[in-house]
Structures are given as C-alpha cells and as structure tokens.
Design a protein around this ligand. Structure first.
Ligand code: AMP
Ligand code: GLY
Length: 419
C-alpha cells in the first residue's frame, strides 16, 4: 500500500514504525521529523491546509492517508480528501468535534446513554460558583473548546477552581464535572462509522513527576497490557467488550444518527470507578504516548484495518493479529518542560540505546544539525521497550534510556512500576 502519514511527533513515528514492521508498504510522512526521516521519505508541508494535503495525496497516488494529530482534522483535511476520493483515516471536521468541544461530547454521551460524570455547563462566573457550591472537592473544571491541553483542572482548592474558570470563560462555557475516582485507561477503537475494532488498552502517565506529582503534561510514559485490569474484569477482553458495548458502539451510533458519522480512531479516555467504567474524554485521534506501546504489540493487519475504516468496510476486515508481548515507553523531556522547554541541546547515545534488544527510540521533537541530533521541543524522545513481560519491557526501556544523554533531560523513573 502507498501510505501518506500526516504529523511530526512520536505518535506518528510509532504509526510509521508499525507500518514499516508490517512490511510491503511504501510510506511517506509529512512533515515528519528527524527520526521519521531516518525511516521513510518525508515531505515538508503545512498539514493543516486541506488544499495542499489533497494536492500531495492525489498527485502522489496514495492508497491511504493517515491523519495523526487533531489540528488537521479540525481544519477539515479529512473532508477535503474524502471529496477528492482519497481514502483517509481520520474523521471529518464535524465529527472531530467530539474532541474539540466538551459540551458536544457530553450531548452525544447523553443521547447514547454512555456512562460519564455528571456535569453542569456554566457561562458566567456566578453560574460556576453555584455549580461549585453544589459539588464537593476535588473540583473538576473543563474549558469547552480545544485549549492546548490546558483547559482541564482537577483541584481541591476552590479559589484555584474559580481562577481557572475566570481565565477560560472569555473563550466559551465551562463544564463543572463530577470527580471520578479510580485508575485511568485509554482504549483506542478503530471505526468506519458503523463497525468497530478495539485495540489493546493502555495507561498514560499525565503528571511530570514520580508518584503522579507535579504539573500535568502531554504524557510522560505509558504501558500495555494492563494486568490489573485483567484481574479486575476476569480478562482484558472482558473489559474491552464492556467498553465496546457501553461506550464505543453507542457513541458511534449516536454520531451517525446526528448526521456526523465518525470514521477513524475513537480514543476513549476512561476511569474505572467502583460503580463501573466511565468516560472522562473522547479524542478523535490516536493518543500520545499510548500509541507508542499499543502498536508494537500488533503482529499484522494494521494497514488493512486503517484502510477498511477509511473505506467503510471494517465489518468484513480481517481481525488484527496480536503478539503475546508487553511494551513500556518512557518519555525524555527537555529541561523546563511543560513550561518553557530549553531547546537546541545535543542528544547523544540514541544509537547505543537502539542497539539493545527489544528497544525502539521514537522521536517527538528532534532536529538533525551539523553536531548531530538536537532537542527542538518539550517532549523529545520516547524510549520504547518491548518484551515477553511488562517487567522485561520496562527493564529494556530504562536500560536504553540510561544510554541517552540530554543536558537537563527529565524522565519519570516509575513508568509501569506499579503494574
Ligand atoms: P484532559 O486534559 O481532558 O486529558 O484531562 C486531564 C486529566 O484530568 C485527565 O487525564 C484526568 O486525570 C483528569 N480528569 C478529567 N476529568 C476528570 C474527572 N471527571 N474526574 C477525575 N479526574 C478527571
Ligand atoms: N495521552 C493523552 C492524549 O493523547 O490526549
């Protein structure tokens, strides 16, 4: 298959690595990054431009375009490709609102009967205060629109909750949501708008510091599978089946009924509460860094599944074949992340790390200069270890990480430790 992958992060590097490992594909990335460029051809392109992407896709004769990040989805790139008759993995602009608007997502869940926290939508500070009066700490407040990952606050501090609301109210409504207690799980579901194909569950580590301390980040590590989940539900499959029947399928049906069918990757962000599995968010794309641990566990069928989702034939697609393996990824971030990351510093040891068995180093924000590899952003590298068990995968990831040098680099030491 000739495949064009849009995006420039470690998530896209993971998608490309999975397609390369499957074999038999000709892959181009746009715009890619220094790591992706070592694996496949890259093309410089503004991937938020529907016209430019459609031109590249049609002239390049691609069989499939895979959209990694949300920005091109929100910009309508999938719509333009569909109109041009190019199979595209990624939802339309209208369907991507399930990620971009928290209140849209809540409406869909209400119509679909999907379990989620109770919420109140507030449009003034007085309404926010009334909603806070009616709830108990910890308070959960969510800005309605895409807020570059900064729109959600979970806090015991009433003054901080009100300050958050004041900051985001000018941009739109605030959702005051019930706090859901329990471990978080991400489940990715490939869908063509009618049928679904769930992937393996993964867990993300959102906080910067060990023991879930410090500020929220884009994700500092992840692992898959989740043995504690299998214990709790009897098997991982039982958990996946429950999420498919109570969350994914009803949501996909409600989206279709609303005239905004969702085809692509439905990311179900879940909390396993004592009263069942509940949704805290949907995303319209693969999660980062969970993708980096889910995809290495797929043995075959990935590209065919993506194409079937794009063409509306998922119901008759061959099931994915999974490896009986585990994967752990640890993110190496720049000094100063998630605030103001220090960039431009040299990275060494990546080759030595990748020479180890069961190790892949995926690039998130790197550049290739005269002096070699440099860090160009906050989250720089994802060191992925795979193995027969989580313990082995974890040892490999941390062994590999110890070979890599980045001045001031930050990484958690407890990814998958509790699992
Ligand atoms: P988000 O920015 O939407 O990924 O949310 C950030 C984090 O806030 C999530 O990963 C959860 O840890 C937490 N969170 C969101 N909603 C809730 C909720 N209703 N109850 C508890 N924690 C939540
Ligand atoms: N891992 C969180 C996200 O991709 O939104």
């Amino acid at each position: 298959m000739r495949i064009l992958v849009l995006g420039s992060g470690a998530r896209e590097h993971a998608i490309i690595a999975a397609l390369v490992a499957e074999g038999g594909h000709e892959i181009t990335a746009a715009p890619g990054n220094a790591g992706i460029q070592r694996d496949v051809e890259v093309v410089r392109l503004d991937i938020k431009s529907p016209e430019l992407v459609t031109e590249l896709a049609t002239e390049g004769g691609y069989d499939l375009v895979v959209i990694g990040p949300e920005a091109p989805l929100v910009a309508g790139v999938a719509d333009a490709l569909q109109r041009a008759g190019v199979p595209v993995f990624g939802p339309t602009q209208a369907a991507a609102r399930i990620e971009g608007s928290k209140s849209f997502a809540k409406d869909v869940m209400a119509r679909a009967g999907v379990p989620t926290g109770f919420d109140t939508t507030a449009t003034t500070l007085d309404e926010v205060r009334a909603a806070l009066d009616a709830s108990a700490p910890p308070f959960v407040l969510k800005a309605d629109g895409l807020a570059a990952g900064k729109g959600v606050i979970v806090t015991d501090d009433r003054a901080a909750a009100e300050a958050h609301a004041e900051q985001f109210l000018p941009d739109g409504p605030i959702l005051v949501e019930e706090f859901l207690a329990g471990p978080e799980v991400s489940l990715f579901v490939i869908t063509d708008g009618t049928d679904v194909m769930p992937l393996a569950p993964a867990q993300d580590y959102k906080r910067l510091g060990d023991g879930d301390t410090g500020p929220n980040t884009g994700g500092m590590g992840a692992y898959s599978p989740l043995p504690w989940l299998a214990e709790r539900f009897g098997s991982e499959q039982a958990f996946v089946d429950e999420v498919v029947s109570t969350v994914a399928l009803p949501t996909i049906r409600a989206m279709a009924e609303a005239g905004t069918p969702f085809a692509g990757l439905l990311y179900c962000g879940l909390i396993v509460t004592r009263s069942g599995v509940k949704v805290i968010e949907f995303n319209a794309r693969f999660g980062d860094p969970e993708t980096q641990v889910v995809l290495p566990r797929i043995e075959s069928g990935f590209a065919d599944a993506l194409l079937a989702a794009a063409q509306g034939t998922l119901g008759s697609a061959a099931p994915l074949v999974w490896r009986d393996s585990a994967a752990v990824t640890v993110v190496l971030a720049s000094e100063g992340y998630p605030g103001d990351p220090v960039t431009g510093r040299a990275i060494t040891g990546v080759e030595a790390a990748e020479a180890l068995e069961g190790v892949r180093v995926l690039h998130a924000a790197t550049g290739e200069g005269e002096q070699g590899l440099t860090a160009t952003g906050g989250r720089v590298l994802n060191v992925v270890g795979t193995g027969a068990t989580l313990a082995q995968a974890r040892d490999r990831a941390y062994d590999a990480l110890s070979r890599i040098e980045l001045q001031g680099g930050q990484a958690r030491t407890d990814i998958a430790a509790g699992a």
